[in-house]
Design a protein around this ligand. Structure first.
Ligand code: COA
Length: 169
């Protein structure tokens, strides 16, 4: 299976915020943004493995800025590390002021996807080879995040989380 770079999975969705997608403060509803992020991240994961993927975990989401009605919102995603059958995908959300045309980072997130066959059985995915310094840092930290996610999901005993333990010793 041919190894891939993060750039090969890069996916970008740009859209505006409509009145039906806002809360009572006229800012974008968090669930609407999570749904957009899940779609963009799943496309990035599919582009990496060329298989059907399912969301296994939303590892981290940080809502840093409110996103006002009528903002132009860009959600970008790329695979940051591939494990055996799972892939970590990093996302960034940017908002563009329609009048000033300035851009601000509003949000970042990390999702995990698993490639599956028609019986929902996990499939092996290609290796990911990071290229830039930023991609290498994300790659190196991904095992730690995977172990944390597995511990929180009750799938890994804390004493087996070697990367997490190394942080505190
Ligand atoms: C995700 C899913 C396919 C995993 O299936 P499984 O039979 O438990 O398979 P495994 O235990 O072999 O796990 C598969 C991979 O997922 C990873 N994984 C599973 N849960 C995880 C979690 N919470 N966080 C991080 N990784 C996770 C495992 O570590 C493994 O990774 P690896 O092979 O790269 O090392 C299964 O739990 C599932 O179908 N979940 C529902 C997915 C879904 O419907 N999502 C949409 C929600 S609306």
């Amino acid at each position: 299976m041919k190894a891939k770079t993060p750039q090969e999975s890069y996916t970008l969705l740009t859209n505006i915020v409509l009145p039906s997608e806002t809360n009572s403060l006229n800012n974008m509803f968090g669930g609407e943004l999570l749904a957009r992020m899940d779609r963009v991240a799943s496309i990035a994961a599919r582009r990496h493995c060329n298989q059907v993927v399912v969301t296994a975990s939303v590892n981290q989401v940080s809502f840093d800025l409110p996103i006002p009605l009528d903002s132009v919102v860009s959600v970008s995603a790329k695979v940051s590390r591939a494990f055996r059958t799972s892939m970590e995908v990093g996302l960034e959300v940017w908002i563009e002021d329609p009048k000033k045309r300035t851009k601000k980072k509003a949000n970042s997130a990390i999702y995990t996807f698993v490639a599956v066959d028609e019986n929902n059985k996990p499939l092996v995915v290609p290796e990911l080879i990071p290229q830039t310094e930023e991609e290498k840092q994300a790659y190196n930290a991904a095992l730690r995040r995977k172990q944390l996610s597995l511990v929180l999901a009750g799938r890994l005993a804390p004493k087996e989380a070697t990367e997490l333990k190394a942080l505190f010793s």
